[in-house]
Every structure is written in structure tokens, then in C-alpha cells.
Design a protein. Structure first.
Length: 254
């Protein structure tokens, strides 16, 4: 069946034909109905899809729009590490479905690049309780399977354009959820280090000069590392500078 999906144990998937935003809907469920960790919302289209930094995420039929609820017992500082799981899970899933021949990379902080064009993006939203521990984390991920927006600042693409193979949406959702659950378990058991290493192994621009836009300023430096709070570590002259938020631009030829 076109939309039949097996889910990992402890996860509960709800498929929606159309919704404003799976992140917004899941946040509502987390707050008003106190639903438990592992609730997944998958929408076939979104009418008010959200990207990072207040941007719109164009969400036509044919792509994946999916949010997962986590309730880790940690501070929001540590929970920010969950933001790295979706892109890694998507890379593992694309590899499994299409083969290792593709050029799949991560763009800091949470984007997925295919042949150096954006094919997926992550939107993590978190709320902490009064004692500073996390109440909920909603991990939203969008993956372009059959269409992509035109005229984006950073070039975008979709799997159909890059891969000579038809991809079944339900198979991709299933693999993604199993990989995400596996990574979440690894993170809970062993912390951020194994996740950080997986991310760095496919990070685009590592040890190369990159530009980062911080508001209206740009900073350039050599992208050296990913810190334990998910910041990017840039070597700028003789110092190491931590970047907690910003937009990365690669220098041509890199
Ligand atoms: C970005 O790269 O700017 C993040 C894009 C995140 C898009 C996903 S689609 C599912 C979930 N619901 C949303 O409204 N946004 C995220």
C-alpha cells in the first residue's frame, strides 16, 4: 500500500493528508494532550510549512513532511543535540535505498545536501519546564523527493532529479523512522560524541575556509569542528570562534 509504514517499537505514526505545519500540530499535542514521546506526524502536504529563521518551507505533495516528539530527561542545552539526528537518519536512509554512490553531505547546522544542493532541512523546537529540564522536543524534517522550490538563496534539489530510480515515499518514511530511533537510542546511551563523529564524517566544508553570515555581518574562517552544544568551531586567525547561529556560505571551488 502506498502509505503503509512499519514503525519502531514505542513510536506511533499519524498520517495527515494536509495540515498547516506538522511541527505546530505536534507542539499542540505535546502541550494540550500531553502525548508521549514517539508520536510522529507525517503530512502529505503542508499549507504553512515552516523553515528555520522564520522562513517558509514550501510543502507541495510528493515530498516528506514529518515531525517526531521526544521527551528526553536533560537540559535544553543538551537537547539541542537532537537537531543533528534527522539529517543523519535521512542520509542513512537515502544510502540504504539508493546506494552509496551519491554525494550526500551535511551543511551546518542541520541541512542535508545532495550533489551540493539542499534536499532536506530540520526544524527543532523545544520547551523547557521551570526546573530547566526539557518538557518536549519536536524534531521536524522535510525531504524533497519529487519537487523542490525554485529561486532559493542556496540551490535546492529533489531526489527524483538526482537519482535514476523511483523512490517509494512510505519506504523512505519507514527507513527514516527506524534510523532516527536507532540514533536517538545511541544518543541516549552514549551521548553526543558518536553522533558528532557521524555528522563530521559527512560535513561539507570541514577544514576548508567558509563564510558565515551573522545578521548583517560576515565572518570567515576554517571550519574545524562541531562543539558539544552543536556550535560550529571556526579557526579565525590564531583563535577558535564558536558560532551558535548563522548561515553558512561555501567559497566557490571548495
Ligand atoms: C529548514 O531547512 O529551514 C528547515 C525545514 C524544516 C521543514 C520541516 S517539514 C516538517 C516540519 N514541519 C514544518 O513546518 N517544518 C518542518
Amino acid at each position: 500500500m502506498e502509505h503503509e509504514v512499519n514503525v519502531p517499537s514505542g513510536y506511533h505514526l499519524v498520517l495527515l493528508n494536509s495540515i498547516g505545519s506538522t511541527n505546530d500540530e505536534l507542539k499542540k499535542l505535546a502541550i494540550s494532550e500531553n502525548v508521549s514521546e514517539g508520536r510522529v506526524l507525517w503530512a502529505l502536504e503542508q499549507t504553512a510549512g515552516k523553515g528555520r529563521n522564520g522562513r517558509e518551507w514550501i510543502s507541495n505533495l510528493g515530498n516528506i513532511y514529518l515531525s517526531v516528539l521526544f521527551r528526553p530527561k536533560c537540559s535544553s542545552y543538551i537537547a539541542a543535540q537532537i537537531g543533528f539526528l534527522p539529517a543523519i537518519a535521512a542520509l542513512m536512509s537515502i544510502d540504504a535505498m539508493v546506494g552509496r554512490s551519491l554525494e550526500i553531505r551535511f551543511k551546518w547546522p542541520n541541512d542535508l545536501l545532495l550533489n551540493l544542493k539542499k534536499v532536506g532541512g530540520t526544524l527543532i523546537e523545544t520547551r523547557s519546564g521551570k526546573d530547566g529540564t526539557v518538557d518536549w522536543v519536536v524534531a521536524g524534517f522535510g525531504l524533497n523527493l519529487t519537487n523542490h522550490p525554485e529561486q532559493t538563496t542556496f540551490p535546492a534539489t529533489c531526489l527524483r532529479l538526482e537519482v535514476n530510480k523511483s523512490i517509494q515515499i512510505n519506504k523512505m518514511v519507514e527507513l527514516y523512522l527506524f534510523n532516527l530511533a536507532k540514533l536517538y537510542n545511541i544518543w541516549q546511551k552514549n551521548g553526543f560524541d558518536p553522533i558528532r563523529k557521524k555528522w563530521l564524517a559527512s560535513a561539507h566544508g570541514l577544514n576548508e575556509i567558509i563564510n558565515v553570515r551573522l545578521g548583517s555581518n560576515y565572518i570567515s574562517g576554517i571550519f574545524r569542528d562541531l562543539d558539544e552544544d552543536g556550535s560550529m568551531v571556526l579557526e579565525t586567525g590564531s583563535r577558535l570562534t564558536k558560532i551558535t547561529a548563522g548561515e553558512v556560505y561555501y567559497i566557490e571551488g571548495n
